[in-house]
Write a protein that binds this ligand. Structure first.
Ligand code: ARG
Length: 457
């Protein structure tokens, strides 16, 4: 059968070319946006007198019918159509006859696909946003449930300083808040309507682009018709925001995997979010966290794929751009799946405060506080740092920790040491003394929790 665009050519194509060219298998996802976009277009054509009012009404009714039939399953996609735009127009024309053929006045598939994609992705952003908030809720829940639990904080994955477990968790909350910001910012630029740019140059008809934009909930219109049909920045920005979000989830996953190991045992994951091994009966594997970490790679791939596709494309529309959808849809689907499993996995995880405390006590992570003690007594920090290091070395040689080294030994290093040193190097004191804004003290962590709640409200 000849294509709807038969004209200059016979419109008869080889089936291999059809399969290669068609996008309906993946752009059928956007059928709702395609149809509502067309309804707004028909309304504008009628309002501007470009087609008769009755014709516009017929088109809108016909489109509404197609929407309902697709929703109910009464109508199925015809995968022999090139894309979703052609499919909808074909059904409309079958149902309405010649009136159906008027819908495509003053527009092109080039502005139509850009419109559909913006509308589809902006509602995906809203969904992703809600899912990120679920993860934030799970973080807040764990932070509040584990108030006062001390763990070692790390740098270079070496025990560094004592921190509150909740402080560590809240670090991830700050990352996710920035992710929410990035998504909102991306949505702002996405919510600009390209419809009416037509193929590339605009149109000779007296259209009203702002009428259509307003009907479809856009904040404005693309101010240059060539840019309107060529721009895929909104896809790149979204994948990039998702890639950053995935990177955060991946870092968090990595820590959960470490914490769940026998070596750490800082947490235990709920059975519901772990798997067993087919051969080793003792195993409880953190597969969900590992998969989130793994899927981060594929989202980076989506970003690189689209950046590379767009690089060097001349203006305006090129068929290469059809490749945008699979990349951005994959990133969106992947991050949604990850967020959906991450929130309950986190909410149901159990902290092991005793194990965290044990790890905190064995690693000389109060050595900075020992140096600070000497500074308090009048010694310059560099000298205090050096002496504290020598004391750590002595402890290691004697199989002791700072808390169990007797005062006489301390005084061999400096006579500034007195009995009050033990209170200063107590883990809880070390944490509570870190009162600087954003530090690990209980009060500071509570302020962070309140801040995040306020941002979410
Ligand atoms: N299926 C196409 C895409 O996804 C729609 C736009 C086609 N435009 C064209 N002039 N062939 O990009």
């Amino acid at each position: 059968m000849a294509k709807m665009w038969a004209g200059r050519t016979s419109g008869v194509t080889d089936s291999i070319a059809d399969d290669f060219n068609s996008s309906i298998h993946f752009d059928c996802k956007m059928y709702k946006q395609d149809i509502t976009g067309s309804m707004a277009h028909a309304a504008m054509l009628g309002a501007k007198g470009i087609i008769a009012k009755a014709e516009a009404d017929a088109l809108i009714d016909g489109l509404q019918g197609i929407l309902e039939d697709l929703n109910s399953g009464a109508l199925a996609f015809d995968f022999s159509c090139e894309d979703i735009h052609m499919f909808v127009e074909q059904v409309l024309t079958q149902r309405l006859g010649d009136v159906g053929k008027k819908l495509h006045t003053a527009r092109s598939r080039n502005d139509q696909v850009a419109l559909d994609l913006r509308m589809y992705l902006r509602s995906e952003i809203d969904e992703i946003t809600a899912l990120v908030k679920d993860v934030l809720d799970a973080i807040l829940e764990q932070a509040e449930k584990n108030k006062g639990v001390i763990m070692p904080g790390y740098t270079h994955l070496q025990r560094a300083q004592p921190i509150l477990f909740s402080h560590h968790l809240m670090a991830y909350a700050m990352m996710l808040l920035r992710d929410l910001d990035r998504l909102a910012d991306c949505r702002k630029r996405m919510n600009i309507s390209p419809i009416g740019c037509c193929a590339l140059a605009g149109t000779t008809y007296d259209t009203d682009r702002r009428f259509e934009a307003a009907q479809l909930g856009f904040d404005g219109i693309a101010m240059n018709s060539i840019d309107g049909v060529s721009d895929r920045d909104f896809c790149l920005e979204l994948i990039s925001a998702i890639a950053t979000l995935m990177m955060h989830l991946s870092r968090f996953s990595e820590e959960i995997i470490l914490w769940a190991s026998w070596e750490f045992k800082f947490i235990e994951l709920s059975d519901a979010y772990t798997t067993g091994s087919s051969i080793m009966p003792q195993k409880k594997n953190p597969d969900m966290a590992e998969l989130v970490r793994g899927k981060t790679g594929r989202v980076y791939g989506d970003l690189m794929a689209l950046l590379t596709t767009l690089k060097g494309l001349p203006l305006a529309y090129n068929k290469d751009m059809q490749e945008d959808k699979e990349a951005v849809f994959d990133a969106v689907e992947t991050v949604k799946m990850c967020l959906k499993v991450f929130a309950p996995m986190l909410a149901t995880m159990t902290a092991k405060p005793e194990n965290m405390k044990k790890a905190a006590q064995g690693g000389f992570i109060n050595a900075t506080d020992l140096a600070d003690y000497l500074v308090k007594k009048g010694m310059p920090f560099r000298s205090a740092y050096k002496i504290s290091g020598q004391i750590v070395a002595r402890c290691i040689a004697e199989g002791k920790v700072l808390e169990t080294l007797p005062l006489e030994s301390y005084r061999e290093f400096s006579d500034l040491f007195e009995n009050d040193l033990y209170a200063d190097i107590d883990m809880l004191t070390c944490v509570e003394k870190r009162i600087s804004e954003g530090g690990t003290s209980q009060a500071s962590v509570e302020a962070q929790i309140a801040y995040v709640k306020e941002c979410l409200a």
